[in-house]
Design a protein around this ligand. Structure first.
Ligand code: TMP
Length: 206
């Protein structure tokens, strides 16, 4: 099973899934936790180029292609082998982030960015996508309150950009209702973790 976690900045998706991972491991499932961009040495190198605050000259299409390149390498080296071995892969961000950030917020077009990603992923889609929905004002305030979280090049975009990201994610959830579950990430931590666990367990039991 391939599960992806999506949402605007500061949605708390990484923390929210911790309890679910522990529970699934107790139940005997083998879990691979990973993230995009990154997750393998080559993909982490691409991540550094994409998110470097010094790279202010980066063109939007270059950005979309680098995310897709990082994704491809990560699929080949990590995701596909783990799925083949019957493991559950839980990945922070995937194609939907490219559709929302580059397609929607950067204005490249959802379907244009989708095409690049169909080439990169050979049509590999998650079984479940958890969308941690939160107003950007709240998410960005969380980031700035968290001293451990490094601020990256995309965090520095204006509020209008982050609003477009959120709207695009919500539109994607409507477009792909079979795999999307929306989680209200503005709730307290325990409630978000509980909703996350329920969404994963109910999909596993399907
Ligand atoms: P992270 O903060 O969740 O590690 O994600 C890194 C940043 O990259 C975040 O601002 C979202 C952005 N991003 C895209 O713009 N497109 C993508 O395809 C992915 C995977 C992430």
């Amino acid at each position: 099973m391939f599960i992806t976690l999506e949402g605007p900045e500061g949605s708390g998706k990484t923390t929210a899934v911790e309890a679910a991972v522990k529970r699934l491991q107790e139940l005997g499932y083998e879990i691979v936790r990973t993230r995009e961009p990154g997750g393998t040495p080559i993909s982490e190198q691409i991540r550094n180029v994409i998110l470097d605050k010094a790279n202010t000259a980066m063109d939007s299409r270059t950005e979309a292609l680098l995310y897709a390149a990082s994704r491809r390498q990560h699929l080949v080296e990590k995701v596909w082998p783990a799925l083949k071995e019957g493991k559950i892969v839980i990945c922070d961000r995937y194609v939907d982030s490219s559709l929302a950030y580059q397609g929607g917020a950067r204005g490249l077009g959802i379907d244009e960015v989708l095409n690049v990603n169909l080439f990169a992923t050979e049509n590999t889609w998650p079984d479940l996508t958890l969308l941690f929905d939160i107003k950007p004002e709240i998410g960005l305030a969380r980031i700035s309150a968290n001293a451990d979280r490094e601020v990256n090049r995309l965090d520095l975009e204006k509020l209008e950009f982050h609003n477009k990201v959120r709207e695009s994610f919500l539109a994607l959830a409507k477009r792909f209702p079979d795999r999307f579950v929306i989680i209200d990430a503005s709730q307290d931590r325990e409630s978000v973790a509980k909703d996350t666990m329920e969404a994963i367990l109910s999909r596993l039991c399907k």
